[in-house]
Design a protein around this ligand. Sequence first.
Ligand code: FDA
Length: 460
Amino acid sequence: MAQARPGDDPLIHDLIGIGFGPSNVAMAIAVGEHNARVGRDGGAALSARFFEQQPRFGWHRGMLIDDATMQVSFLKDLVTLRNPASEFSFLCYLKSKGRLIDFINHKNLFPLRVEFHDYFEWAAAQVEDQVSYGHEVVGVTPVVRDGVVEHLDVTVRSAEGLALHRARNLVMGTGLRPRMPEGVRRGERIWHNSELLHRVEELDGTEPSRFVVVGAGQSAAENVAYLHRRFPRAEVCAVFSRYGYSPADDSAFANRIFDPEAVDAFYSAPEHVKQQLIGYHGNTNYSVVDIDLIDDLYRQMYQEKVLGTERLRFLNVSRVTGAEETPDGVRADVRNLVSGEDSTLDADVVVFATGYRPADPIGLLGEVGPRCLRDEEGRVKVERDYRIATDPALRCGIYLQGGTEHTHGITSSLLSNTAVRVGEILDSVLDRGLKAGVDAVRTPAGSVRAGAEGAGAQAG
Ligand code: FDA
């Protein structure tokens, strides 16, 4: 545990963001817009620094399938729900690319995933003075003065080695981690769908004859369609325990579960009502597929039946119980859940589209972890402003973007509420900082001391 010493006066960031995916890009924009405003009108500016382990901005690059579309309206971009006049909106992006009118004519709320990635990159590039790419946060240490944790030291690993950065607040936006079934390890021929496009490139010049895709969610269906199209001679076997793919409920009333107000309702609901809501509305997001894609896959399967060229197979009510690489491929063990019969599928590749889990925020926090309060089920307690509830001797704010589904509901790891959430976190940092008498009242361009990487406030 670091002890603060008299005269020990390194740069202290008001806010350090861990990860620079869409959540913390939105945070950086909100900080930048705030600082631009106080630069004009006066008030408390904030210094913020973000660390991203990837060498450059990237949002689920392995799944940027060329025809995949967003599952969220473009109006739920990084800013619009917080500040419809922001210059960082998807519409401003379109304007800057000369595609605004074409997009309007398209009459479509759901852009291509590759297009939204380009939008995120465009937005991230405009706040890149706040971020250090190629920098992985590997630990957090409390800085204690007179028994009180006044600051947090963040250890960051980069090509230059390890460095310490001190913060008053952390905003953790470390995203999701691919989930494999228990006992299955990724390998040359056993993939998680998150690496699809990178791994497929390695098959260039080969003639794969069979793929197995495990899972019944959106990613699984996209993998089936993509592999079927990309390898016109290969059979693609989809294995899942459902009877068939189920459509995502994106109807208007159900969609309100993603509204900012739904977070208030969910947060204050009793635990059993929370469970009920997740149960009722899980099919807006989990283990479901866009109806258009379901229709496409069915049409394709039927056409192949008619033509006698079947290479799209659906092994429903079945589970892959194991997968093992062999000298010239991979063998998947499949159990039919109706008959209990076991069979094997020899394939070139098995892709597990078995979902993601939120990164463990507490794991990174080291000695700070035990100061974070837990609920009866051992889950981290989070306040309405996304701040982890901690013991009172910890004066710093640790905010979560993601990993709050048990407290804030289904939007926790989604884009739907990102713009509003970062506004709430920013308000909380300012409000709590000022109440605590933190010396955050500075001008953006002026007196914030620059750190090793030229930390400073960004004007949006
Ligand atoms: P995200 O995972 O995007 O970013 C986290 C970042 O933190 C990463 O860049 C990572 O490298 C970095 N990081 C992690 N640990 C670090 C460390 N220790 N140090 C430094 N950096 C670290 N949602 C939705 O609402 N609509 C949609 O259409 C989709 N589509 C979609 C497609 C696919 C293929 C997936 C897998 C997911 C979606 N999602 C989605 C959900 C998805 O969670 C969401 O779009 C965002 O990725 C959430 O953004 P975050 O910034 O929170 O996490």
